[in-house]
Design a protein around this ligand. Sequence first.
Ligand SMILES: [Ca+2]
Length: 358
Amino acid sequence: MHRRISSVVVLAASLSILLAVAPTAQAASASQCSPLSSLQLSQTTISRATWQAATASVPQHCRVEGMIGPGTIGFVVQLPTSWNGRLYHAGGGGYVGFIPDASAALAKGYATAATDTGHKGTGPLDGALDATWALNNPQAVIDFGYRAVHVTTTTAKAIASAYYGRGPKRSYFEGCSRGGGQALMEAQRFPGDFDGIVAGAPAFHWTEFMQGFNWDSRAVAATPIPLEKLPLIERAVTKQCDASDGLVDGLVQDPRACRFEPAVLRCQGADAPDCLTMAQIEALREVYAGPANSSGRRITPGFPAGSESNGGWDVWISGVPSRRRCNSPSRTSSSVTSSSTIPATTHSRSISIRTRPS
Ligand SMILES: [Ca+2]
């Protein structure tokens, strides 16, 4: 498995190039849509297959909704009339619990797949911060952990085959944050599912990762870092570390080489908008350092320095829910979105993986 992962080809923005390929017409008609509701697939119940007229943002297509057992994996497959012959699976952020929006890929002629990964979340960010579904529900944990994306992909390919008369000639996955973790999981466990995978800011090693959240929550519980001070902190980080990568361009290229000391912002008197209290400085040190065990060994990296005002700090450190979306290569370069509604934690940069030669 390790060899397989290490042998994959890392291609920055490869999917954006693939997504730019002009559609090759593979037409299907409205009359072929509704019969999909009676399609028989293993462990799958198709609840509806409905024809969707074109809108300003998406072309006419057949929308198929259903559930995959033995748990409750909800999915949506969208089949454009004019198909480019390819499948795009949109990953989801947080604990998912909602159907990610794949409309941008649909607009480019892709058949699309998306899954709630086996449960419905409630609360902010489409319920993606809700983990209550996991209690005493091992099947849901399995489905969220690795199974839902795989079986949804298999199901989507079967539905596309039934609709178009042939399966997709190429299949791609893109996700960010938890969706990036889904991407890595697919590459590890089911490398045959996709021809290309984009893993944006992947949240993986879930147990250690969650310790990071707990660590940060404890660090800022008594002394929150106000949202308004994040740009102040980022400016100080940039001032100190921008040039360390050899180019003064407002970016800290390698945060690992940046040893930022928050004390440079210490208030000389009372707390003020342009400085940090000693308690805030100590909380920041913990956030940057990351969780350690009782022996002092670091369990997982802390938040990297250099993206404080635009790297998920708003929701994860300052505690202000944000609708800003997780960046990924194809989104930034070609406006295709996989709809991860959870801000990335910036623990990892986006990577693209080609799982087998094209
Ligand atoms: Ca720089």
